[in-house]
Design a protein around this ligand. Structure first.
Ligand SMILES: Cc1ncc(COP(=O)(O)O)c(C=O)c1O
Length: 364
């Protein structure tokens, strides 16, 4: 079986280091917002080139807490793509704001700037640009649009750890960047974890309070916040695994290169290959197929595990059916959800496995 993710193939030395780090935390008695969280926040901010980082419970809370810190709330609209994780829209709803869905660009599955322009109203306060599948693109255009329209630019970087455009890392273009370290992400914890990056000291101070009940100092609460603190054990694991991220991203890129070069089947199309390979970290490698479900069953029979990101565009999800969309509709999101399939692209795959996946796809 060629698995989508291969956690049991992480090297033994890495596992030993993680276990040692976990034991150290347990023995320290320092379990909430301790030195491991501090270290990870400092290292992640420095690595990505941001001034500040705040560790939070998960990627969804990272987006929500940022919105709360920006005081985006009831009556305010936030535009986001209809092809993304449900967490992206849920974070907006949980912040009390009103989501609006924009369509995607069919070549990349990233949010379309033209569609966003059609969605902007007097109530729009922010856009969430999701660096879907690991790709970052056209950030100067997003900055231009948000500056001109006086909107906040928010980056959902859950899938794009260390993707960069023009030598600047994702998460540092907007007012804040929200990251998830869900176990399957390019850098994954062994449970839930997330972080917010920002450059503004006031925003940073507010985000720090909001993750911790809105507390400024012990038992003083100027705000209504959440309990969403990055866990010390998760931070300890992330501190160990952080060392592997660049090499693992590079391996993902090698696999993607092989896929782009060698997948040749008239029934299959690929999303566009980026010109600059720094702009894509291949959290997912997504291909398109007209008869996707049949194709997926074929791959399953051939012992190749696949997933669909995402089978339903958000505007078709039951609780989202009344959410306003691009007045032209969301045809590309709907088409993408019908055709997309994510094939294995994890750094633990061997070359032989990658070539086998290609052979099986080409002989469909
Ligand atoms: C694009 C995107 N945004 C947000 C999230 C939410 O992250 P988490 O699962 O850590 O809450 C995810 C992860 O599933 C994601 O892929």
């Amino acid at each position: 079986m060629i698995y989508f993710n291969n956690f049991n193939r992480f090297p033994d030395e890495l596992l030993a280091e993680e276990l040692f780090a976990i034991e150290k935390v347990i023995k320290s008695g320092n379990y909430i917002l301790g030195p491991e969280v501090n270290l990870f926040e400092n290292d992640w901010a420095a690595l990505c080139g941001a001034k500040y980082a705040v560790g939070v419970g998960n990627g969804m809370d990272a987006i929500q807490i940022g919105l709360m810190a920006l005081k985006i709330r009831a009556g305010d609209e936030v535009i986001l793509p209809s092809i993304t994780a449900f967490a992206t829209v849920l974070s907006v709803i949980n912040a009390g704001a009103t989501p609006v869905f924009a369509d995607i660009n069919p070549q990349t599955a990233l949010m379309s700037i033209e569609s966003v322009k059609r969605c902007i109203s007097k109530k729009t306060k922010a856009l969430i640009v999701v660096h879907l599948y690991g790709q970052i693109k056209n950030m100067q255009d997003w900055i231009k649009l948000t500056t001109k329209s006086n909107l906040k630019l928010i980056e959902d970087c859950a899938q794009s750890h260390l993707a960069m455009e023009k030598n600047k890392y994702c998460g540092t273009f907007g007012v804040y960047g929200a990251f998830s370290f869900y176990p399957t992400k390019n850098l994954g914890a062994i449970g839930d974890a997330g972080i917010v990056l920002c450059d503004d000291k006031n925003l940073y101070d507010d985000i720090k309070m909001l993750r911790n009940y809105g507390q400024s100092e012990r038992y003083f609460h100027p705000h209504l916040g959440l309990n969403s603190r990055l866990d010390e054990l998760q931070a300890a694991v992330l501190n160990v695994k952080l060392k592997t991220l660049k090499a693992y991203n590079n391996r993902r890129k090698e696999i993607a290169k092989l896929y782009f070069k060698k997948i040749k089947n008239k029934k299959i199309s690929l999303l566009s290959e980026p010109l600059d390979d720094k702009t894509h970290v291949y959290h997912l490698f997504v291909i398109l197929c007209e008869d996707r479900n049949e194709f997926q069953s074929y791959l399953t029979r051939e012992n190749i595990q696949t997933l669909i990101h995402y089978p339903l565009p958000l505007h078709f999800q039951e609780p989202c059916k009344s959410i306003r969309t691009d007045p032209n509709g969301l045809p590309f999101s709907e088409l993408h959800a019908r055709k997309c399939l994510s094939i294995p692209c994890n750094p633990q795959m061997s070359d032989n496995e990658v070539l086998h996946v290609i052979d099986i796809i080409n002989s469909y």
